[in-house]
Design a protein around this ligand. Structure first.
Ligand SMILES: Nc1ncnc2c1ncn2[C@@H]1O[C@H](COP(=O)(O)OP(=O)(O)OP(=O)(O)O)[C@@H](O)[C@H]1O
Length: 778
């Protein structure tokens, strides 16, 4: 049998030989073009180097502006060549052959702008190719400014992605070119106007291969995501190039390319309006695993540094959370009810003694040679008045200080002593000076109105009795207990492991507390201050109020565009956190309600609406599943029907002919998982993901030791957005039972594989004789 195969592989038929000949010729043609591109780039570098050299030799020849321009040219050319040589394996990846355009107008990239062909471009099924464009990751112009390569994001490249046989526009043939370094390795063609196959210009237009998409989808997966720049599909391209105004919302099932599209959109926006977006695009991702998986995509598109990809647990500076609360706790922490609790906590924290001390209930000072005292009630009243403002608690401290001085001044009878306003102001200034330089007063203030950090307040919430005062009428006693217990991980200063949901609470507290004031720089007393009584409200460091506002805004980071991936998973509190980072931003929000692990979609929807504000929204839907073969998608659809009855699943674009495997775990679950993972490692070339219930995540880490780094184990919530050549989904019923959104989490787990899926049933799955779990039977 093997010998027979070898023979048939060696002897090619005549048509095969002819096809090989055409393929070689076409590869040769593309190689020729690529060589030309490289020659041109080298030329540009030499040109730029020469200019620089020349400029240096001639000293100050030319204006400084011209010299800077030359340097910039050298710099740009250098970057081009560097990228070409090192980063971009397939720098030049596409070509379109186009009919004559309707109006004959050309755009800035030298290509015809019209999408539609001229009326007489096709006559009696004959036509001429009027234009051939090569598409690449960056644009290159020839010496005569004709386009050698068009940037994939340029308008002229759009037909490469948008043309379909139903609406081909001017495109006759679309070609994907595969290359490595400077060598063209292959070409794959789609003929979009099959009627012109043999009649173009009187000659055949050769068509090679089955199209690039299938080739891309069949490739083995690694631990990092690839860009899809050479095979973006029309419905995806519409999203990528949607105008940036307002909010772009994208929904689509698993594997429809939402993440890929969102990242390509970031690159597109930067290309479109670099000035506006440079340094200001934030991509919010649900997990650090997904950040690690996707962060290589933008550099591969030539965009590095301008886009911040952050996991929800790392959005707040200094916090790096990747632990998960148990579902019941996560539900409390994520709910918008927490806002009320945190508001009370931020203010109530002032009343909690710090560092083993007490909150003082009286203030005694000596001023003008007399003792003046404020008692508990007076202090309480002052606190309430100060807290009457809506400003953040730390920023109300100067107001409280001022109110105390006022009260002391009144008590000391200061106001009565002077009738002349000028004298009164002077005396008051001296009084304030006396009081505020007393150590006792400073110690009192530090204890009575301490500057609070978000972490400290969070830690204070770990005391159940105290927390109960802040959760009254908002959380029930059981919820209060769960919340307090989960925060017990933190020490008195709030140090300790944070959960992903804690981070949104920290961010909310930061807003409620305000940044603690910086150490004051002693400054000359301004007589006007005394008169207006405003000095305490003036900011530190000699900043104006406006400067301070700007500094605070900058510290918070306001982005120009915010992309939210897996948006269905954001809790209301997380929406508030993300919303604060995009108050003036345009947005791209991608997600799939069917994959939501949040239990109350309506509550999250309201928070999302609030974060996005009243900006107009443009909605898109992606309908094709590029990840899962039909056999896997079909199985997952059974869970979808249970999780979200009536929700349509996306149609899978390919099929492998291999149905999912069902196995039943033996008494030693670890051994069963290992055996299944091993099987799959033999079956596929790339990665294997083992998805376990969250509760088994810790124990499962040891199960696969020694199997190599192609296989990874992850908790069901961590599987979000990731994909593997093959997956083992362990004990589906346990995953489904783990939280109110468990069925949707299971749907996510079942849709991670690009080739093979094994379902390993446990006892709770009630497998039938074929090992099929109850949940997955028809
Ligand atoms: N046009 C395309 N060409 C080639 N591959 C594609 C294309 N669109 C999507 N893919 C591939 O399909 C897979 C799924 O894409 P992606 O992860 O972006 O989907 P998703 O909608 O975010 O999925 P999920 O909702 O499950 O997280 C990826 O491997 C991606 O590279």
């Amino acid at each position: 049998m093997a010998a027979q195969n070898a023979t048939s592989a060696q002897v090619a038929t005549e048509p095969e030989k002819a096809a090989d000949g055409i393929r070689d010729r076409e590869i040769g043609a593309e190689q020729h073009h690529l060589d030309r591109v490289y020659r041109r780039l080298e030329e540009k570098i030499h040109e730029a180097e020469f200019l620089m050299d020349d400029a240096a030799k001639r000293g100050q020849v030319g204006t400084p502006g011209a010299l800077a321009e030359r340097d910039a040219q050298v710099f740009r050319a250098g970057i081009h060549l560097n990228r070409l040589n090192s980063e971009f394996e397939d720098f030049l990846f596409g070509r379109i052959d186009l009919l004559l355009g309707k109006d004959g107008k050309k755009g800035p990239d030298g290509a015809y702008t019209s999408v539609e062909p001229a009326d007489d471009a096709v006559r009696d099924e004959r036509a001429e190719i009027a234009e051939t464009l090569h598409i690449g990751r960056i644009g290159v112009l020839d010496a005569d400014y004709s386009p050698l390569v068009i940037d994939w994001r340029a308008p002229a490249a759009a037909p490469f992605y948008r043309a379909t046989p139903v609406a081909p526009g001017r495109v006759v043939r679309r070609r994907v070119i595969r290359s490595k370094g400077r060598r063209v390795l292959g070409v794959e063609d789609d003929l979009l106007r099959p009627e012109l196959r043999t009649t173009l210009d009187g000659e055949a237009l050769p068509v090679v291969g089955d199209g690039a998409l299938m080739a891309a989808l069949g490739q083995a997966r690694s631990h990092t995501m690839r860009d899809i720049v050479s095979s973006i599909q029309a419905e995806q391209d519409l999203v990528i190039r949607a105008p940036a105004a307002s909010v772009t919302e994208v929904e689509g099932g698993p594997g429809t390319g939402k993440t890929a599209v969102a990242l390509h959109r970031a690159a597109y926006l930067l290309y479109q309006d670099r000035r506006r977006y440079a340094g200001g695009i934030l991509v919010v991702s649900p997990t650090p695993l997904l950040v690690a998986y996707t962060e290589g995509v933008l550099p591969s598109l030539g965009e590095e540094g301008q886009v911040a990809i952050r996991a929800l647990g790392s959005l707040v500076d200094g916090a790096e959370a990747d632990t998960y609360d148990e579902p019941a706790v996560a539900r409390i922490k994520g709910s918008s009810r927490m806002l009320k609790v945190l508001r009370k906590a931020a203010r109530g924290a002032l009343e909690v003694p710090r560092d083993g001390g007490e909150v003082p209930d009286r203030l005694r000072v000596v001023a003008f040679g007399a003792r003046v005292e404020l008692g508990a009630e007076e202090l309480q009243r002052i606190r309430q008045t100060a807290l009457g403002g809506t400003a953040p608690v730390n920023l109300l401290r100067p107001r409280a200080r001022r109110l105390i001085l006022d009260a002391l001044w009144a008590k000391a009878g200061g106001a009565r002593r002077y009738t002349d306003p000028e004298l009164a102001a002077e005396a008051r200034a001296a009084f304030d000076e006396d009081v505020t330089t007393e150590d006792d007063f400073l110690a009192f203030l530090a204890a009575w109105w301490p500057e609070l950090t978000p972490r400290q307040v969070l830690a204070l919430m770990a005391d159940e009795r105290r927390l109960a005062r802040w959760t009254r009428r908002v959380l029930n006693p059981r919820e209060t207990r769960l919340l307090a217990r989960s925060l017990g991980r933190l020490d008195g200063d709030g140090k300790g492991p944070l959960s992903v949901h804690d981070v949104a609470l920290l961010d909310e507290l930061e807003t409620l507390l305000g940044a603690p004031a910086r150490p004051r720089k002693p400054r000359e007393a301004d007589p006007l201050d005394q008169l207006t009584g405003l000095e305490e409200l003036m900011p530190e460091r000699g900043e104006t109020r406006r400067e301070r506002a700007e500094r605070l805004a900058q510290e918070r980071r306001d982005y120009a565009h915010v992309i939210v991936d897996e948006a269905q998973d954001l809790t209301p509190m997380q929406w508030r956190m993300v919303g604060r980072r995009g108050r003036h931003a345009t947005w791209t929000v991608v997600g799939d309600p069917a994959q939501s692990s949040w239990s109350d979609p309506d509550e999250a929807g309201l928070a999302r609406d609030e974060a996005l504000g009243t900006r107009p929204r443009r909605r898109f839907r992606l309908t094709v599943n590029y990840r899962n073969p039909a056999e896997i998608a079909e199985l997952a659809a059974k869970v979808l029907a249970l999780a979200m009855p009536g929700m349509e699943s996306p149609s899978a674009v390919r099929s492998t002919g291999v149905v999912p495997r069902f196995a039943v775990a033996g008494p030693d679950l670890a051994a069963s998982v290992r055996a299944e993972a091993r099987h799959l490692l033999d079956d596929v070339e790339g990665t294997v993901g083992v998805v376990v219930p969250m509760a088994r995540r810790a124990e499962a880490r040891g199960w696969l030791a020694g199997l190599g780094d192609r296989v990874v184990v992850l908790g069901s919530l961590e599987a979000k957005g990731l994909e593997y050549d093959a997956t083992v989904v362990v004990t589906p019923a346990e995953i489904a039972d783990e939280s109110p959104a468990g069925l949707r989490v299971l749907y996510v787990a079942l849709t991670r594989a690009t080739q093979r899926l094994t379902v390993l049933a446990g006892e709770r799955d009630e497998p039938d004789a074929d090992g099929v779990p109850d949940l997955l039977r028809d």
